[in-house]
Design a binder for this molecule. Structure first.
Ligand code: ADP
Ligand code: MG
Ligand code: MG
Length: 921
């Protein structure tokens, strides 16, 4: 900053020095006030002190900043005086201002504002003389003292529970005078209240309330700078990932008064419905009121439109007669001003090309706009507004797409709690918001119980310390899943997301006792059968049952998705293992399956027994016998999946997990298995013990299984290709892509490929027919990424398994990371959970290397990603930039990925255009 740095920007008389593009410097509020001034919307004149000054204040202190901008501040106040024809601190014609906060993005209600600044014993008399309205003058003065004392002098209730000393006085006065509402106070009442306010200030702060307007102004500006760092504001920024160094601007603006009598009012208007997105102008107002009265709920606000007013009355059970008497709309009480307001709303919406949230004040029949910003909205409203505005030609397709926050599409896809019902329930604790949605059910502690209870028509929540594939059936029938251990990529979380089922995972504070079938939540013990409710979008756990509403996909949603596909370069596939998953994903627009995990198929009845026999077999012969029983079952699964996908590509991954995951570990189950197999329980136990591994994640799994037991790969290849050939007879096209997991060297790949090719040839000979298929590999071992050129000589496609790749790149075991990841995130050692958001710096390098090397040896190599990251918007953008052809993600994330893929394309195109423009200059 130099002496030439402009510290203040004025607006008024349509000659604003700033504009809407200057939000970084002037904050959203200040920049938009300038813009409104430029386009002729009536805003009271004023000026904005830049965010630079806020930063200067926080680095160098009060004296420094006041000195730095002293001359500018003085001149700017003169500007307001000229524009309004008033004088700051004058005894006959005082200039009153508001001092308002406002940062780059709106942080509603987080920081402070002071209204009516400039009043003192002398100027309040001047205001009375000038307006002839003593009641109004004293009301303004007492409001000023109340706000200034709280914001600048720190005189306020110490905690939320404590009583506000000023409110106490108002309540006492109401009682003494026998009145209900504060606009029933007389001028004399308010004068007395003002005097008592000053006594409070003196008593609580030890200082007199300042009467010098310049002292008042300096104090208020500094207080607004300080409010940037208050606890609320800091917490809000952390929640919303807003950097602390941005700082707030300060806007000083001539006051306009909504509290001058029955021809004055104040209110808030929205150009569209923020809840549903409907194109309905709406809002609330109060007659004879100021500032936040509407939001603070001091009096019941009235609706702006007749229609809104009638809707409100119907909801509240107010008769039409009473409504029109006591709660008439602005459209009825001040029809002219209503029209002006609606017009201003229309102008602002088309100017900013988005739904506007507008603050207004009517002073004795004249309308003033005090603020406009893009309004906050629900996920459903977000979609509807974007699509509607595109159809109205207010915005282009690209804008409509860019305006959507892909993550918030989730809200539209999962059932949600009725918000008012949730408020009434007791919160038991919180876990990770592992899979969004809302679910209520009776607690059960095992998959078997879940099945039994639901068979009896009950609704259950499956509560487990953690889940394993064996719990799958219980998970399927449960409304929701709660686990005490595990993270966002834990089994419970991944499977639940895949099913679109609500899941709260890793609720560490919950202690589960399977023996007594109880769960301890903090101090409270709940029993099997007790009702609980989970909010998978927030991770909150509630006691009792909460009503939910099913989310339905709207036409607007479909339209948005179609638009997205037009703009995206990458395709979106899904990770799906069962025909139901495939169906869901197709409904959401998946263009193929990027990952079909065959192991999940083995957990169903019948199959698990044959699978266990295969694993426990003494030798190859025994294994082949068991595999022969599995073959027809797998083939049926593939037939069903291929025919559902109907010609779209289906990537099938060969058996991946370590074998011990398939065998029972409890005594009773082992005995049952031994009986089934006709061998001793001891043999079973010994074999199972021999499968134990110290580090199963790095053990005997992936292609290491297929290479040591080629007969497994053979059987799976056969099942896949026979299914495809059977369908071919019915004229259904299948496009199988056989994927080898956990490849680290080209030899591992080549060995598997040869087994596959031989098995394929055998099938083709049997059928006397053939079918096209691809053989490729997961890239999930760092070595595979580094030697991708060699591997691509054998592999026809790559699919990045970023879960394992992340695990092996960091050396973090996914199953154990829950012990330290939360703390790492809290301490800032990690910015994000790398299992959720792809680590572009490290893992991303491996992806980039593998893409480059892979394409260098095989030009038409097909490349995708099938890790959990495939449905995370920032990671999708990375995949686009890395040149991948598709991303694959769980069914419920397909729409999110489609949108994120379109956004990535648009961003890239826009960046390229910008670059070209720069080069031409
Ligand atoms: P926030 O950022 O919390 O909304 P604002 O700065 O918008 O705070 O101000 C709080 C309230 O005071 C709003 O209702 C606003 O309309 C009102 N207000 C602010 N400045 C003025 C002014 N110059 N004249 C009248 N009302 C004002
Ligand atoms: Mg505001
Ligand atoms: Mg893997």
């Amino acid at each position: 900053m130099t002496n030439q740095t402009q510290t203040i920007f004025t607006f008024g008389n349509k000659l604003a020095e700033g504009n809407a593009s200057m939000k970084e410097l002037l904050g959203g509020k200040g920049a938009n006030l300038c813009e409104m001034n430029l386009i002729g919307i009536p805003v009271p004149p004023g000026f904005t002190i830049t965010t630079d000054m806020c930063r200067l204040y926080h680095s160098s202190g009060e004296n420094q900043v006041l000195e730095f901008m002293f001359n500018d501040l003085f001149k700017a106040m003169q500007f307001i005086e000229e524009q309004t024809g008033t004088k700051f601190g004058d005894a006959t014609n005082p200039c009153l201002v508001s001092v308002r906060s406002g940062s780059r993005v709106s942080m509603p209600g987080m920081m402070d504002t002071v209204l009516n600044l400039g009043l003192n014993e002398k100027s309040v008399q001047g205001l009375i003389d000038k307006t002839g309205n003593a009641r109004f003058a004293w009301d303004s003065y007492r409001r000023f003292i109340q706000m200034y004392a709280a914001v600048v002098m720190g005189v306020k209730a110490a905690t939320d529970q404590d009583e506000d000393p000023f409110e106490n006085i108002i309540q006492e006065a109401k009682k003494a005078k026998g009145i209900k509402q504060d606009n029933d106070f007389t001028a004399q009442d308010l004068k007395e209240i003002t005097a008592r306010f000053k006594e409070i200030v003196k008593k609580e702060s030890g200082k007199d309330f300042p009467s010098d307007p310049w002292e008042q102004l300096g104090g208020a500006v500094i207080a607004v700078f300080n409010s940037w760092m208050n606890d609320r504001a800091v917490y809000y920024r952390e929640l919303n990932h807003i950097p602390h160094h941005w700082g707030t601007a300060v806007t000083v603006q001539a006051m306009v008064f909504g509290n001058m009598g029955d021809h004055s009012a104040t209110g808030v208007a929205f150009t569209r419905d923020a809840g549903t997105g409907e194109n309905l102008f709406n809002g609330e107002y109060l007659i004879n009121a100021q500032g936040e009265d509407v939001v603070a709920g001091i009096r019941t606000p009235r609706q702006i439109t007749i229609e809104g007013s009638k809707r409100w009355a119907a909801l509240c059970g107010v008769t039409e007669e009473r409504r029109s008497e006591e709660f008439p709309s602005l459209e009825e009480t001040m029809p002219d001003l209503f029209r002006q307001l609606a017009e201003a709303g229309a102008i602002l919406e088309s100017h900013f090309r988005d739904m506007q949230d507008i603050e207004f004040t009517i002073q004795e029949g004249k309308l003033w706009i005090l603020q406009t910003r893009n309004g906050k909205r629900t996920g459903a409203a977000m979609v509807k507004m974007a699509v509607d505005m595109q159809q109205e030609n207010l915005i282009g397709q690209q804008d409509a797409i860019m305006r959507i926050d892909p993550n918030r599409l989730d809200e539209l896809l999962h059932p949600i709690f009725d918000p008012s019902a949730a408020l009434k329930c007791r919160e038991l604790g919180q876990g990770l918001p592992a899979s969004p949605g809302a679910a209520s059910g009776r607690m059960v502690f095992s998959a078997a119980d879940a099945q039994n209870w639901t068979a009896d028509g009950e609704q259950v929540i499956l509560v487990r310390t953690e889940t394993s594939p064996e719990d799958l059936k219980g998970m399927v029938v449960a409304e929701g899943i709660l686990t005490a251990r595990g993270g966002m990529t834990s089994h419970a979380a991944v499977v639940a997301r895949g099913m679109g089922k609500c899941c709260v995972a890793g609720a560490e504070a919950v202690k589960i006792d399977y023996k007594t079938r109880t769960a301890l939540f903090g101090g409270e013990i709940l029993q099997e059968g007790d009702w609980i409710s989970l909010d998978g979008s927030t991770g909150r756990i509630y006691k009792g049952k909460i009503k939910t509403t099913e989310a339905e996909l709207s036409i607007d949603f479909d339209r948005l998705m179609l638009m997205a596909d037009l703009h995206a370069r990458m395709q979106v596939r899904t990770n799906a293992d069962t025909p139901q998953d495939v169906q869901t994903a197709k409904r959401f627009g998946a263009r193929g399956i990027g990952l079909c995990r065959t192991e999940h198929m083995f957990f169903e009845d019948g199959k698990i027994t044959a699978m266990r026999e295969m694993i426990l077999a003494e030798n190859e012969d025994g294994r082949r016998k068991a595999l022969a029983r599995l073959l027809p079952m797998q083939r049926r699964d593939f037939e069903s999946i291929f025919s559902t996908m109907d010609g779209l590509p289906v990537t099938i991954r060969l058996l991946d997990p370590p074998l011990h995951e398939f065998v029972p570990h409890e005594d009773s189950s082992q005995k049952r298995l031994a009986d089934q197999m006709g061998i001793s329980q001891k043999t079973v136990r010994e074999k199972i013990d021999s499968l134990h591994e110290f580090n199963p994640m790095l053990g005997h799994r992936g292609c290491r299984l297929g290479n040591t037991y080629p007969e497994i790969t053979e059987m799976q290849t056969r099942a896949i290709l026979e299914a495809a050939l059977n369908l071919k007879k019915e004229c259904i096209i299948s496009r199988p892509e056989i994927m080898i997991p956990l490849t680290g060297t080209v030899e591992e790949m080549e060995f598997q490929k040869q087994i596959i090719e031989a098995a394929a040839q055998a099938v083709f000979d049997d059928y006397n027919d053939r079918i096209d298929y691809l053989v490729g590999t997961m890239i999930e071992v760092p070595r595979a990424a580094l030697t991708a050129d060699k591997i691509a000589e054998s592999a026809e496609f790559f699919s990045f398994g970023t879960n394992d790749l992340t695990q092996m790149t960091y050396g973090y075991s996914r199953d154990d990371a829950g012990k330290f990841l939360p703390l790492y995130l809290e301490k800032g050692i990690l910015k994000h959970d790398p299992f959720q958001i792809l680590d572009q710096e490290g893992v991303g390098q491996l992806v980039n290397i593998a893409v480059k090397k892979g394409l260098s040896s095989r030009k038409n190599l097909k490349i995708g990603i099938c890790g959990e990251h495939g449905g995370e918007p920032a990671s999708v953008e990375f995949c686009h930039n890395a040149g991948l052809h598709y991303v694959s993600c769980s069914p419920y994330r397909v729409p999110i990925a489609r949108l994120a893929a379109a956004q990535a394309s648009i961003k890239q195109k826009r960046a390229e255009t910008e670059m070209l423009e720069k080069l031409q200059i």
